[in-house]
Design a protein. Structure first.
Length: 348
């Protein structure tokens, strides 16, 4: 028997107003995703969740007051570059408040059981932003703000953040590095931007052991990601027993993405998302929220979003029209690598 699952979608046209010009992180990404969800009939099956802006007080759970006002005043003065990769326009501060707020809307809807799970299609993305610095197309750390908000407002004890963007979420890791209440698990191409995320970064002080990095050699794909999820994420999550799961969903891990070199297919994303959905069902009453991070191939990303929404809706048939990577050469070393990570994290 199929269980009917209600999945929420956070989206608002305000997300198109963060104007980055010809930068790869631009509004065409969301336009392409939304039109595919519309044409494929997926949108009408989703519960629409109109986002609210995050309050400055909520951002301050992650970011310094100085940094927040610096972004605001830079936008007011016409915008410009916050870091060598991150450009803003006059509207970007407001849009960034809605991006962080979109995750808060999704979190509230899941915690109040209005929906079983939700996907927040927001931009700018967030996982590189640190307490006092914009980095890598990110202004405020949307997922970190949502995690702090969930812990503060819904009486949760433990929260898991899983991050399958092709880049390491250095800002998210930093935010919770000493915090035993938030377990951060990341798979990412390594060595690669932003340079962090090696296996020996495992947390500090009371947070020791609650950061789990699974760096990936360029060229690995579905098989390696699936094993990282099944053999590392699953046992670590079962041991940790989260009350809520947040996911930094980046689709720049797809084999067609031009800015990175991993070989994951849409089928691979579907398998990872199925594992996350099943973990949430087993451990935390299904509470699961995804936020869009990277992903720049305007062909693959809309299909990937539709596919993962099909997983959340409980649909049995899921398409991968883009198919598997044709790349035949795969670098070795995976067995030793996963063994080392399992040792570091005391996984039997
Ligand atoms: Zn990325």
């Amino acid at each position: 028997m199929m269980r009917v699952m209600k999945a929420g979608l956070v989206y608002d046209p305000i997300y198109l107003e963060h104007d980055t010009g010809s930068h790869p992180e631009n509004s065409h990404r969301l336009v392409a995703i939304m039109s595919h969800l519309e044409e494929s009939g997926t949108k009408e099956k989703l519960t629409r969740l109109p986002p609210r802006p995050a309050l400055v007080e909520e951002l301050k759970m992650v970011h310094t007051a100085e940094y927040i006002s610096q972004v605001k005043s830079k936008a007011e003065k016409g915008g410009g570059w916050l870091d060598p990769d991150t450009v803003i326009c006059p509207k970007s501060y407001e849009v960034a408040l809605y991006a962080a707020g979109g995750l808060l809307t999704a979190t509230e809807a899941v915690m109040k059981r209005e929906v079983s799970s939700a996907v927040a299609l927001v931009r700018p993305p967030g996982h590189h932003a640190t307490s006092n610095r914009a980095m890598g197309f990110c202004i405020f750390n949307n997922v970190a703000v949502a995690a702090k908000f969930a812990l503060a407002n819904f009486n949760l004890e433990r929260l898991l953040i899983a991050d399958f963007d092709v880049h390491h979420g250095n800002g998210t890791q930093d935010t919770f590095y000493a915090d035993p209440k938030v377990l951060y698990f990341s798979t990412h191409q390594y060595p690669f931007y932003p340079g962090t995320g090696w296996i020996d970064e495992t947390g500090t002080g009371e947070g020791e052991g609650f950061t789990v990095n699974f760096p990936m050699t360029a060229g690995w794909g579905d098989e390696e990601y699936l094993r990282a999820f099944n053999e590392v994420l699953v046992p670590v999550a079962r041991r940790f027993q989260p009350d809520f799961i947040l996911v930094s969903a980046g689709f720049d891990t797809h084999w067609t993405d031009s800015i990175a070199m991993m070989q994951v297919s849409i089928t691979g994303f579907v398998q990872m998302v199925t594992i996350l959905r099943d973990l949430a069902a087993e451990l935390c009453q299904g509470r699961l929220v995804f936020t869009l991070e990277g992903g720049y191939d305007l062909q693959a990303v809309p299909h990937a979003l539709k596919a993962i929404l099909d997983v959340l809706l409980g649909n049995a048939e899921i398409d991968d029209p883009v198919g598997k990577s044709p790349s035949a050469r795969k670098p070795g070393g995976f067995e030793e690598h996963i063994k080392k990570i399992m040792e570091i994290h005391h996984i039997e």
